[in-house]
Design a protein around this ligand. Structure first.
Ligand SMILES: [Zn+2]
Length: 251
């Protein structure tokens, strides 16, 4: 067994026998890692705080044959507001579920770690929860090789400027013209303004996100199109999406 230190964010946990938990971590140095937290469910456990959902800590881990074991932790940011505020929690739950579903164990991706961390900081500050999440989705798609094609029909290459009724096809991974949209019955209407916002979100520095003006109609289209595209890539439903939809519909 070897001991190693890494920064990590808690994506998920499972209860194990007795007071133990398995923690799914996204680490800066090793990608996704599953680690046992012995005694973490005891109230006086020294690990209890750092194995809470969304918490960002320095971890000292023992690497075992299949699972690692958490030896020591030091919290860098507990992101308590992401667990206390219902809206923040809904968005943050979606973000960590997406990272968990799109990654496999022990595959390092430092830009993805940085994106996850930056997104949690944005959600924690509470500015533009929705836009921060759209930014996260597009940048994750880009980092993992699923950047949607937005400048021309993904199927016939017709320039976007020449397309009258633009649709977005999750199946084909980009915008489609009316003819090519016939190949995907689930292709969704998208305004050119929404396409332009997606382009902006793919390029913008997250620190300038609050300067981006996004109309409600664009927000609504993105809130349908992007989660749908993500789910079509992993070919399964994202569980946190229902909760998020329920919350955002009533407001
Ligand atoms: Zn086409």
């Amino acid at each position: 067994m070897s001991l190693y230190k890494t920064e990590a964010i808690v994506l998920k946990y499972y209860e194990l026998k007795e007071a133990d938990k398995i923690i799914v971590l996204y680490t800066r140095q090793h990608g996704k890692v599953q680690a046992v937290a012995n005694g973490a469910r005891k109230t006086k456990s020294r690990l209890a705080g750092s194995v809470e959902l969304f918490t960002y800590s320095d971890f000292l881990l023992y690497q075992g044959k299949s699972l690692s074991t958490i030896s020591q932790t030091e919290i860098i940011n507990s992101f308590a507001s992401l667990r206390d505020d219902l809206f923040k929690m809904a968005y943050a739950s979606y973000v960590v579920e997406v990272v968990n579903e799109f990654t496999v164990d022990e595959e390092k991706n430092e830009p993805l770690f940085a994106l996850l961390l930056a997104t949690l900081y944005m959600l924690d500050r509470g500015e533009e929860l929705e836009l921060a999440t759209r930014f996260f989705e597009l940048r994750l798609l880009n980092l993992l090789g699923y950047r949607p094609q937005l400048d021309a029909c993904v199927d016939c290459d017709l320039d976007l400027a020449k397309i009258d009724k633009v649709k977005f096809s999750s199946k084909l991974g980009g915008v489609v013209c009316a003819d090519c949209a016939l190949e995907d019955q689930y292709a969704m209407r998208i305004n050119k303004g929404t396409v332009a916002t997606m382009e902006r979100l793919l390029e913008i520095d997250y620190k300038k996100l609050d300067r981006l003006k996004v109309p409600e109609s664009t927000r609504q289209q993105l809130a349908k199109i992007l989660p749908n595209y993500l789910q079509s890539i992993i070919e399964k439903k994202l569980k946190s999406l229902d909760f998020l939809k329920t919350l955002t519909m009533t407001n």
